[in-house]
Write a protein that binds this ligand. Structure first.
Ligand SMILES: *[C@@H]1O[C@H](CO)[C@@H](O)[C@H](O)[C@H]1NC(C)=O
Ligand SMILES: *[C@@H]1O[C@H](CO)[C@@H](O)[C@H](O)[C@H]1NC(C)=O
Length: 303
């Protein structure tokens, strides 16, 4: 991101409840999702979304953030996270749906609802399009550890240092670490996301993630989206204890600390890399399932 656009961007992210992997994280997970979906899923989604370009998923991956900040979408603000009322200070991390999902909904209920909406044969094309846009975003959000944590409002009110500047912990995890980690790639955000997704697709297909990629889908049960999402949420929430608040950076100690230092940054960035990869790979499996149930196109003619 160019320094010159920073003031504008700051204005946006300082809105209450700043949300989600930054654009880089969402675009990358969506490009990865589009890389791993089946050909018939790709055809189905391009038709549904009315976009035959390579960015048919990346282009809608931040819609849910814009919608949450619009007047009509205000009621969806809480759908981007779940506030786990656990205790990272005591190394006690866990998500409990009954305890943690707020009345207006959370990322868990939103994913379940949007999946039902996308799968229901009575759903209109317009609503199905909406559901897919929301799903692509929320699957990404679910993999950001601090979207599965209540402490200091997911870290948004916890002030830390990043390369000398005062920042909030959530922003460091959403945006600043991913941006530093991909500095070797193109400077333009969307191009960078595409290049990062290509790198990660290689790591998943035949690189460092190849051996474990099957295990990423072991909890994926298309007939039970609630339990699937809860397992992935608990997995991400475990990283709050293990990777966000590491030794010497516990909740009571982290305030004001410099997080771009090697001891913190190295382990955090390698976890973020894996979470982005996981999110994209799982997104593809999820979308394949939705397309398989909805696809009434000419399978035989197309394939
Ligand atoms: C999917 O599409 C790609 C590119 O169009 C093609 O190379 C590949 O063979 C297709 N895969 C299948 C399983 O049809
Ligand atoms: C999900 O659907 C249920 C039942 O229709 C509703 O009560 C709940 O508010 C919805 N939550 C979300 C996050 O959409």
């Amino acid at each position: 991101m160019k320094i010159s656009v920073e003031p504008v961007v700051l204005g946006l992210v300082s809105l209450p409840g700043a949300i989600a992997w930054g654009q880089l994280g969402h675009y990358t997970t969506a490009y990865l999702g589009s890389y791993f979906v089946s050909n018939s899923t790709e055809a189905y989604l391009k038709d549904l979304l009315g976009n035959t370009d390579d960015d048919y998923l990346a282009g809608i991956s931040t819609f849910a953030d814009d919608f949450a900040h619009s007047h009509e979408g205000d009621f969806t603000r809480g759908w981007h996270y779940i506030d786990a009322h656990d205790n990272p200070e005591a190394e006690d991390c866990n998500v409990d749906y009954k305890r943690d999902c707020k009345e207006g909904g959370c990322v868990i209920s939103a994913l379940v609802n949007m999946t039902e909406l996308a799968l229901n044969s009575q759903t209109s094309e317009k609503d199905r399009r909406f559901a897919v846009k929301m799903l692509v975003h929320f699957i990404g959000d679910l993999h950001q550890p601090l979207h599965n944590e209540d402490i200091s409002q997911g870290g948004t009110t916890l002030s830390v240092k990043w390369q000398g500047d005062e920042r909030n912990l959530h922003k460091v995890w959403d945006t600043l670490i991913p941006e530093k980690f991909t500095e070797h790639l193109h400077s333009r955000q969307n191009r960078r996301a595409l290049e990062w997704a290509q790198e990660l697709a290689g790591e998943i297909s035949n690189g460092k993630f190849a051996a474990e990629k099957d295990s990423w889908l072991k909890d994926f049960d298309p007939s039970d989206s609630f339990n699937t999402v809860m397992k992935w949420s608990n997995e991400a929430n475990d990283f709050v204890c293990d990777n966000v608040f590491i030794d010497n950076y516990e909740p009571s100690e982290i305030k004001g600390k410099e997080l771009s230092k090697k001891d913190y940054y190295d382990q955090a960035s390698s976890l973020i890399e894996k979470q982005i990869a996981r999110a994209g790979y799982r997104m593809a499996a999820w979308l394949d399932e939705i397309a398989r149930n909805n696809w009434h196109g000419q399978d035989n003619a197309e394939l």
